[in-house]
Design a protein around this ligand. Sequence first.
Ligand SMILES: Cc1ncc(COP(=O)(O)O)c(C=O)c1O
Length: 378
Amino acid sequence: MKSKKFDTKCIHNKKGIEKHTGSVMPPINLSSTYAQSSPGKPLGSYEYIRSDNPTRSVLESFLASLENGKYAISFSSGMAAVASITKLLQKGQTLIAGDDLYGGTGRFMNDFLKPEGYEVLYADTTDPEGFQHWDKASLIWVETPTNPLLKITDIAKVKSLAPNAILIVDNTFMSPKFQNPLDYGADIVMHSSTKYIGGHSDVLGGAAITNSNQINEKLRKVQNDLGSVPSPFDCYMLTRGIKTLSLRMEKHEENASFIANKLKDHDAVEVVYWPGLKNHHGHMVHKSQSSGYGGMVSFKVTGDIDFDKLVSKRKYWTLAESLGGVESLLCVPSKMTHASIDRKKRLEKGITDNLIRLSCGVEDREDLWEDLEEGLGF
Ligand SMILES: Cc1ncc(COP(=O)(O)O)c(C=O)c1O
């Protein structure tokens, strides 16, 4: 059962088959409390649902294995993971974060961490050597590729510049199928498992995976004290999603490659962002630390097209937030996921009003392209 091959690890796991019944899929264990043989001595391995739960243990075992980590802690959402991980910061310490993060992560840092007295500095982590303050960092928060501009950060380089800080990599966009940041020096890999890990746009979840005993213990305590735990049903849904993660990611990527290359040559398109394109600014760095390019594509359109028609009148591209599901989604970050960022700051980051983000699903690629092309007006 120690296979290192990703496809096998999505299906088989030491916690995969339920011992008492032989159930091939983990049963959903709903019990909120567990019997004790004497006070403080649980009969089995569990005491109370908030502290741990058998269905959650199965999910966490899969997550740890897929990210090449020793421990996984699953949360009720990606944001619950963000909030819980930042509890590793102590008063007076500094968090250095990439300057192109998922809007909600940035908002949490500005609206909660800063007012609580933590120092938060933003860095262009695509050029880690150009940043002068790594020595201040206790925690470093990186997304690679970023949401929505798919900017790439060299994980090992950042770790080498701040070896004593805890480096967190949000790996939501690549999923463990294409990228394992712990292998490149990250201390914690974080996921919004609402996205590719769940894969069907029907479950909310978050995860943190680490090799450090100390970080694991601290995060488990934070999670237990805050209560930011997923329900057994959600754990079941996420484990179910993992079974097809590898297959789905291959198709997401195949479709993204097709769409990105079509967009690249289109007159109504100013620029395309997809790490698989050779002219993508971080293509080589990404290639050195990932085994694929993923299903997310962003692009900017020229001024001449009917933007509303393009984004709202698609047959197969649903206008919606979120990403990573089997269905293709289209999103306008300036009005949706990143609307909470002050417009001036947003424009400085390159999140302009003509930017469109695509989450390429698993439909037929020709259908997807024809639908998009119709909106582009040619
Ligand atoms: C990259 C990234 N990180 C974190 C989150 C937050 O996750 P959740 O919505 O599961 O709380 C998101 C959500 O879109 C995301 O895209």
